[in-house]
Design a protein around this ligand. Structure first.
Ligand code: B12
Ligand code: SF4
Length: 442
């Protein structure tokens, strides 16, 4: 009997500053890229998944083809692995955000690159490879309509090794906004598409049956990009009796019906890119949907509906001044925010922000692999030195996750966020004490 061709799909890990791979026994968050790619692979192939952060790659296990998903932070490691496989004569295909935005660079370490979505082109690529006709670049001639996507094969991952027991799921792709530091509008050509609600519900039901998980993380960048869709989705989730996390923009909180349905549907965590409490800083990154004057009211609204949240902040923006850090901390204490993440802005290649800073000669660390590190400032800010930004971001993390701040925010007085807040904050308190970048947990 002829055996099936063996495909290894890898999510490379990140590298440390000395360029050695970052390895851990456990990690926090389960990824969607590999299970979805496995779902897209026709049944005549045998697929193995490797989250390289958790497992070592076996270069000599008789693989016929290797596929790697690439994001900027793991790109150097993807190249190291690609070179190793190719030395052994095993063809390597790369896809994902980084290979799409830096195709020529990726092709130095891979035999083929898929640009953009692979849903339409992956089966054809595999057929071309079997026919000995693998092309260098594949790009679908249209965006997927998101109908009939396969169920991601999560069960092929070592699910026990992930601490946050929530399966990733995608309901939409793209984002209606155009923030200048973000690749999403670039990658998806400024579009926002939604999946049929019935198919999402079916995927959840099947996942419950196959994996037993009842917690999910919607990885969509802005699940409320179309309010009518989000309301319809949340309504359909209510009978499933699940719990889920998701991301939406702060202006979504204006829609009380949406909040009510999300709460009823089981949302246990919303992550919001607030980015800054300075309106001019927001304008400098085209974050037009955020209005600082509404923040307090909109965050209070989440609390009214019992929806737990975390906020993301960026520092080093052109209108940021050295007092930005203390003002942000003060704001967070005033609203008693349960969770927040502080980052230096990272002008990644392919974004409008990177193009602008390059034109102005302000990029000082061009290496892609540095761009996971939330504490290193890679460019010259306008009103501060890079060191001031790094020091301020680190100080925000340490102060926000200090025992004093947690007490003030979560226990004075005890409130709806106390239990979840203390549990989640404890993790970041531990990290802050040891100077660990939160992203290293993920
Ligand atoms: C969930 C998520 C995370 C999770 C990842 C959890 C995990 N275990 O993987 C966490 C929170 C850890 C995370 C962290 C970070 N992330 Co992140 N993340 C995402 C998010 C929201 C969803 C990723 C996802 O699952 N997408 C769904 C999959 C199915 O889509 P996809 O990967 O695009 O796959 C399609 C195609 O790209 C292609 N494809 C992908 N891989 C492959 C492989 C092959 C072989 C082929 C043929 C095709 C192919 O086919 C797929 C189907 O069409 C994306 C945004 C987004 N919309 O994708 C950002 C995103 C990937 N993250 C990003 C960034 C910058 C980061 C951080 C560096 C941020 C930071 N400084 O903290 C860190 C880096 C951490 C790290 N270790 O590398 C950027 C990457 C930009 C870039 N140029 O690479 C994105 C695009 C968001 C953004 N614009 O800011 N992230
Ligand atoms: S709202 Fe979020 S996903 Fe959309 S462009 Fe801005 S940062 Fe990117």
């Amino acid at each position: 009997m002829k055996t099936k061709p063996r495909i290894l799909l890898i999510q490379p890990t990140t590298v440390h500053l000395d360029r050695t791979p970052h390895k851990t026994r456990r990690r926090l968050i389960i990824g969607l890229m590999l299970p979805l790619m496995a779902g897209l692979t026709p049944p005549e192939y045998d697929v193995t998944l490797c989250d390289e952060r958790l497992e070592d790659v076996d270069f000599d296990a008789g693989w016929d083809l290797v596929g790697m998903t690439t994001t900027i932070g793991a790109s150097l490691r993807a190249y190291q692995l690609g070179d190793e496989f190719r030395k052994r004569g095993i063809p390597v295909v790369m896809g994902g955000f980084h290979a799409t935005l830096q195709t020529e660079e990726a092709l130095k370490h891979a035999d083929a690159v898929v640009q953009g979505e692979s849903d339409y082109v992956w089966p054809q690529l595999l057929q071309d490879w079997r026919d000995g006709k693998l092309k260098r670049i594949y790009k679908a001639d249209k965006l997927h309509d998101l109908k009939g996507l396969p169920r991601p094969r999560h069960e092929l991952l070592k699910l026990k090794r992930y601490l946050f027991k929530a399966l990733p799921i995608q309901a939409t792709r793209g984002c209606p906004y155009r923030c200048s530091f973000c690749e999403i509008p670039v990658f998806y050509g400024g579009t926002f598409r939604t999946r049929p609600v019935g198919e999402i519900v079916e995927e959840i039901k099947q996942n419950i049956k196959i994996t037993g998980f009842r917690r999910f993380q919607f990885i969509d960048d802005q699940i409320a990009g179309k309010h009518r869709f989000a309301r319809e989705l949340f309504k359909a989730l209510i009978p499933l009796n699940i719990r889920f996390s998701c991301l939406w923009t702060i202006n979504s909180n204006h829609d009380e019906e949406l909040l009510d349905l999300a709460a009823k549907a089981g949302v246990f965590h919303v992550n919001i890119g607030v980015e800054s409490i300075n309106q001019d800083s927001l304008l400098s990154i085209s974050k037009v949907q955020n209005h600082v004057k509404d923040y307090k009211r909109l965050l209070q609204r989440l609390k009214d509906y019992g929806i737990y949240y975390s906020l993301n902040f960026l520092f080093g923006l052109d209108e940021d001044t050295p007092d930005a850090f203390d003002k942000t901390l003060q704001f967070l204490h005033e609203v008693k925010a349960p969770e927040a993440f502080f980052n230096t802005v990272t002008p990644r290649k392919g974004t409008p922000m990177r193009a602008q800073l390059e034109a102005e000669g302000r990029v000082i660390v061009p290496d892609a692999d540095m761009y996971t590190n939330n504490f290193v400032c890679m460019f010259i800010p306008k009103n501060m030195t890079p060191r001031q930004v790094e020091e301020g971001v680190w100080r925000c993390t340490k102060t926000f996750y200090s025992a004093k701040s947690m007490f003030k925010r979560l226990l004075m007085p005890p409130n709806k966020y106390t239990i979840q807040g203390l549990t989640e904050n404890a993790l970041f308190w531990y990290g802050a004490k040891r100077h660990i970048d939160p992203v290293d947990y993920y």
